[in-house]
Write a protein that binds this ligand. Structure first.
Ligand code: PDD
Length: 287
């Protein structure tokens, strides 16, 4: 596989990252995962906007990464993935410097790494059709979940707990509110209204979440960006997660209890159909 590292295209397994890299030492680092559908890189500008948002808040030496979009496309071509499903992974760190908590002075060049991989959508396709099991876990993450940093320990532990309980995703609960999944956003349907946590520092502003909310408007589905309380979750007729790798996936049991009638619901199905129509039509203003 050819990857991109600090300005150069290189064989992925020849890339050497410094042990002093602050991404390695401190998770002082941001990432993005972008879906590639045959012929369509999915909303790369939106992903870069989010990366730039994180870079500004982390006060990285570089704050605009839009030049990485053509590089990502190039990597898809160079790795012969243009006609396939694939993922682009981008990681940017503050750079390498001897270990010390404050920002190094002078600021090192950020480390920039991009790789691509083929993505077999079969498992996710099946999960989208049959729905998934999910659990809830206490949200022990920090209070800047709007930045997509690689500090994912809480997400890893929670997702592992899900797997050990026969589930696919864990939904973080903070102060009695279901916030988002370990690698997805979370939506519930109450009285035909799609309800999802409002954007804040406690959730990641998902690119798929944004698309799904736009689709709701197109489809005249009522939307509320309001807290989804754990105490009311049994009243939801449908639950779903949204994300780059999960797209729109219904949750059919939460903590072992069936959601609605225990099978994927009509709103998720309607949104999935509209989502794939949009992809087929390449109907994105920012791609
Ligand atoms: N994660 N919330 C969290 C905590 C996430 O990690 C992700 C995505 C999302 C959904 O965002 P988007 O729709 O932009 O993918 C929400 C990626 C896919 C990952 O960590 O692999």
């Amino acid at each position: 596989m050819t990857a991109y590292f600090n300005g150069r295209f290189m064989k992925k397994d020849e890339i050497r990252i410094s042990p002093d890299d602050r991404g390695f030492l401190f998770s002082d680092s941001l990432y993005e995962v972008i879906r590639y559908y045959p012929g369509l890189l999915y909303r790369p500008e939106a992903h870069i906007r989010r990366l730039n948002h994180g870079a500004a808040h982390l006060k990285l030496a570089s704050k605009d990464f839009s030049h990485l979009i053509p590089i990502a496309r190039d990597l898809i071509r160079q790795n012969h993935l243009a006609d396939q499903d694939a993922l682009v992974y981008i990681q940017v760190t503050r750079g390498a410097a001897p270990r010390n908590h404050p920002f190094p002075d002078p600021a090192p060049e950020p480390t920039v790494y991009i790789c691509v991989s083929g993505f077999d959508p079969a498992v996710k396709d099946r999960q989208r059709k049959t729905g998934i099991h999910a659990i809830t876990v206490p949200d022990i993450r920090w209070a800047r979940c709007d930045m997509k940093t690689t500090g994912l320990t809480a997400n890893v532990l929670a997702n592992q707990q899900a797997v050990e309980n026969g589930a696919v995703e864990a939904i973080f609960v903070r102060d009695g509110v279901l916030m988002e999944g370990t690698h997805s956003n979370f939506m519930a349907v109450f009285d035909n209204t799609v309800t999802t946590a409002p954007l804040s520092n406690y959730i990641l502003g998902g690119i798929t979440r944004e698309t799904v909310l736009d689709l709701c408007r197109d489809l005249d589905i009522r939307v509320l960006q309001e807290p989804v309380y754990e105490s009311r979750i049994h009243l939801a007729s449908e639950l779903m997660i949204t994300g780059t790798t999960t797209e729109i996936t219904p949750i059919v049991t939460l903590n072992g209890r069936p959601v609605g009638n225990g099978s994927p619901g009509p709103k998720a199905a309607e949104l999935q159909t509209a989502f794939f129509q949009k992809i087929k039509a390449r109907d994105f203003t920012d791609t």
